[in-house]
Design a protein around this ligand. Structure first.
Ligand code: FES
Length: 133
């Protein structure tokens, strides 16, 4: 597949959950050194669930579409569910796939979410302990 799917185009044109959460519980910043694209993910966690998630992406159309769909997949999930189910592959699959040359763009979204969760767990050591139990 060398072209973008309808889902990619739809998320690119109508991105969901764009922006930044003030007083976020976790912040993740990732970048791709090859293309130079960057993504900042902010999350809010209530009772172990991702009650809110937003993104700011300086990048290509695929990076914007993957940011958008990733937040839809993540919102409302527990930390464990998000870590288990939101992978690089699943983000691309939620958009009905990406052209091979653009697969790395979905890595940014999954990695950005993980970085934000890692930051949350570092700031809230008791949540990390409960997660480990
Ligand atoms: Fe690098 Fe899309 S070209 S994230």
């Amino acid at each position: 597949m060398d072209t973008y799917t309808q889902k990619v185009l739809e998320h690119f044109q109508n991105p969901r959950n764009a922006g930044e959460i003030t007083n976020a519980d976790g912040v993740g910043e990732v970048g791709n050194p090859t293309c130079g694209d960057m993504m900042r993910i902010t999350i809010k966690v209530d009772d172990g669930r991702l009650s809110d998630i937003k993104w700011k992406t300086l990048g290509c159309g695929a990076a914007i579409a993957t940011s958008s769909v990733m937040t839809e997949l993540a919102r409302g999930k527990t930390i464990d569910e998000a870590l288990a189910t939101i992978t690089r592959e699943n983000v691309a699959a939620a958009l009905d796939g990406l052209p091979p040359a653009k697969m790395h763009c979905s890595n940014l979204a999954a990695d950005g979410l993980r970085a934000a969760i890692d930051d949350y767990l570092k700031r809230h050591p008791t949540a990390a302990e409960e997660k480990a139990d």
